[in-house]
Design a protein around this ligand. Structure first.
Ligand code: GAL
Length: 329
């Protein structure tokens, strides 16, 4: 079932709607049109009590005031573009500088847009936005869509597509901060599994340098282990093939999250830079409060690879799919 209400108004008077998808099990996701942002995601814990497993705020105003991209859809190019420039077909493009000298999550980006929402079926809603040629410095007019589906087996499926009228680059992801306690404690006790033999090392500005083996490092989650330290802000190269690419488990609530994706990588961010702040329902947030599993093509791709799924030309459809499936153990 899908319903909507007014979430609030932007300073320029535009209305922002909040959409609710609910399944027969009572699981429920709320998505704000501002940034196609997952505001809450309630799933049953081991006792059947609904638990909100993503960080967020109670009001639209707090989304406007705070940084951190909580739950937002980010693009045109998520993660970082080094030195805020890249060359495409012999032409250099300068994109919005917003992270030191680099560009993060598209610059002003898609998280700041009001997306249009269209109900597709009882359990699916499609958010779309247009980005004109030159916005944030990126070439070509681009239309992006994210189809959110909440299934009866408590999976949230995100299907992204994008088309453009010329050559460009695209890398879209969702920036939800998962917390299987319901946001009341950090995620350091969560057991984390990641199907990745390699992670991407970075320089001090978090610009990728090289893919290196996780063997013998704190980045080895090939056997599930506690996150323990809020130090992770790296891309991991996911193993190929079907199956669970990542999982998270929390003993007290018994909630298990399994992630499936067709993307080659995931940025794992354990909120190292999440400054202390007031979250929804009176919760206090800070360092280590959530874990983002941002599935994506390689960060800084256009400056690292001559070919890749992040390149998009007229007549093609860029696509990616990620499923976050919830259960209990
Ligand atoms: C992550 C990024 C972090 C930080 C965060 C937002 O995707 O990797 O470095 O910028 O977004 O606060």
């Amino acid at each position: 079932m899908i319903s909507y209400e007014t979430f609030g108004f932007l300073p320029d008077g535009r209305e922002v709607k909040l959409y609710t998808l609910k399944n027969e099990q009572g699981a429920c996701v709320k998505i704000s049109a501002l940034g196609a942002t997952v505001v809450s995601l309630c799933v049953p814990d081991k006792n059947g009590a609904l638990t909100d497993v993503v960080l967020g705020y109670d009001t639209l105003e707090e989304y406007l005031q705070n940084d951190g991209y909580l739950g937002a859809t980010v693009g045109r190019y998520c993660n970082r573009i080094g030195s805020s420039r890249f060359t495409l077909k012999g032409k250099e493009y300068k994109v919005t500088v917003n992270d030191g000298k680099n560009s993060l999550h598209g610059g002003v980006g898609f998280s700041a847009k009001i997306w249009d929402a269209t109900t597709v079926s009882e359990d699916a809603i499609c958010f779309s936005c247009r980005s004109p040629h030159g916005e944030d410095g990126y070439p070509a007019n681009l239309t992006a869509k994210v189809l959110f589906t909440l299934t009866e087996d408590n999976a949230l499926c995100l299907k992204y597509t994008a088309t453009a009228d010329g050559d460009t680059v695209c890398n879209l992801t969702n920036h939800a901060y998962f917390n299987l306690h319901g946001g009341t404690d950090t995620v350091l006790s969560h057991e984390f599994y990641l199907a990745a033999q390699k992670y991407t090392d970075t320089d001090a500005e978090l610009i990728p340098t090289a893919d290196v083996s996780v063997e013998g490092t704190a980045f080895d989650f090939r056997k599930a282990k506690k996150i323990a330290e809020p130090i992770y802000d790296n891309n991991f190269v996911l193993d190929e093939g079907m199956g669970v690419k990542a999982s998270l488990y929390e003993e007290k609530t018994g909630i298990l999250l399994e992630m499936f994706t067709d993307m080659p990588g995931v940025q794992v961010y354990t909120s190292a830079m999440l400054s202390e702040r007031q979250g929804k329902n009176g919760a206090k947030y800070g360092k280590g409060q959530g874990i983002c599993l941002e599935t994506q093509f390689p960060p800084n791709g256009p400056n690292r690879y001559a070919e890749g799924g992040f390149y998009l030309s007229a007549g093609e459809t860029w696509q990616s799919e990620t499923v976050y499936k919830f259960g209990v153990r």
